[in-house]
Design a protein around this ligand. Structure first.
Ligand SMILES: Cc1ncc(COP(=O)(O)O)c(C=O)c1O
Length: 396
């Protein structure tokens, strides 16, 4: 049977995720130590799970309102004001199935056929495929390590054409760990407004910012009015499997996203919404104790990894957010994929080739440090051995 005629050409043209392709190879090495996955190693704090269990036991298992429970939207609004300094009314908050759905909604609601969407790279793997599925053209903006892996107003200006519709910013960044400070955000704000772009701001790692408070682009009024803010519970609250996120936007942008969500999803899982209510209401009361404890632990591991990998002979950009480090292996004379495959085969350590996050990551590897200190110590020891034994250019 010829199935090709049944398949949407846009879906057929998608390349398999670079991460998944690599993990297929990893499955062949069952006892490998993985530093590959981008999710917290913590269990969801107990009080959060407990509230979800109670909601199920109480029989609260029906659909909620399409945009999410009003109590949760009210709490997200308070949370964003308290922690991010951004003001969104509960009616501007849409509860989604993770930040993933929010990103997809933002793109499907705004991209028309042939629209160009600027995507600073390296970046999260879903952006370009979601743009393509929406009928748009992803336009990568390679970010240089020498410029702190952030996007510049000049790069935006140079990439804009008559077809450019929007830009997707994501800081703190996966995979580089780069953050953008207020001055840097203000500098690109002028370019975004000047070129009349829509901004989709994925701030899923906002709580994991180690050099000072996160500065949201939505704090700038001229950006807020043209911004779709994306956030969620996965990273800060160790809730990846709950699939709970949100987006915020002014009413004219909100309305088309709400309609797509209403028809495609109906509502985010009810018990997860109860979990979200517990996460935010307790945290707003106790000063985000659980989040701070997890962040403190990531920060300790971040500093350990930066030193250990630098000592091992890798050129490391110091990450200031999220829970990844993105060393360059160029000096060793190989690309990230060759390095990662060799490390897996020789030392049974899993890191992800940087090319999975865009062409500009070709000579890097992404290492997640959301793993126990014990694992990180063993893995960095093996990485040091690998470099020492296989590359002349390693410092060891
Ligand atoms: C930058 C970025 N955005 C969004 C997501 C998806 O988050 P969620 O679990 O809320 O769908 C991830 C997950 O790794 C991510 O790294």
């Amino acid at each position: 049977m010829d199935y090709t005629k049944f398949i949407n050409p846009r879906a057929a043209a998608l390349r398999p995720s670079g991460i998944r392709k690599f993990f297929d190879a990893v499955n062949e090495v069952p006892d490998a130590i993985s530093l590959g996955v981008g999710e917290p190693d913590f269990r969801t704090p107990y009080f959060i799970g407990d509230r979800a269990i109670k909601s199920v036991k109480d029989g609260r298992t029906q659909y909620t309102a399409n945009n999410g429970k009003s109590e949760l939207r009210e709490l997200v609004s308070q949370y964003l004001q308290a922690r991010m300094g951004v003001s969104y009314s509960p009616s501007e908050v849409l509860i989604t199935v993770g930040a993933s759905e929010a990103i997809d909604l933002a793109l499907r609601a705004t991209v028309s056929d042939g629209d160009e969407v600027l995507i600073p790279e390296p970046c999260f793997v879903s952006y370009a495929p979601c743009v393509a599925l929406a009928g748009g053209v992803p336009v990568p903006l390679p970010c240089k390590e020498s410029e702190g892996f952030i996007v510049t107003p000049e790069a935006i200006g140079a990439a804009c054409t008559a077809k450019t519709k929007s830009i997707l910013l994501s800081y703190p960044n996966n995979p580089t760990g780069a953050v953008m400070n207020e001055t840097e955000i203000r500098a690109v704000a002028d370019a975004i407004v000047g070129h009349d772009l829509l901004l989709i701001s994925d701030e899923i790692y906002a709580e994991l910012s180690f050099g000072g408070a996160h500065f949201s682009p939505a704090r700038i009024p001229a950006l807020r009015e043209r911004c779709i803010y994306v956030g969620g519970f996965s990273k800060a609250f160790a809730m990846t499997g709950w699939r709970l996120g949100f987006l915020c936007a002014p009413a004219p942008l909100y309305s088309p996203m709400f309609k797509i969500h209403q028809y495609a999803i109906m509502c985010a899982p009810t018990f997860s919404q109860y979990a979200g209510i517990a996460a935010l209401s307790q945290s707003l009361t106790d000063g985000f104790e659980a989040v701070s404890a997890m962040c403190g632990s990531y920060d300790k591991r971040r500093r350990f990894m930066y030193k250990a990998l630098t000592d091992a002979g890798l050129d490391c950009f110091e990450p200031m957010g999220a829970f990844y480090i993105f060393p360059s292996v160029k000096r060793l004379g190989v690309d990230g994929e060759t390095f990662a495959m060799g490390l897996l085969e020789q030392e049974k350590v899993v890191v992800v080739p940087g090319s999975a996050f865009g062409e500009s990551g070709k000579y890097n590897v992404r290492i997640s440090y959301a793993y126990s200190m014990q694992k990180l110590i063993t893995a960095t020891g093996r990485i040091a051995d690998y470099i020492h034994n296989h590359f002349k250019e390693g410092k060891t």
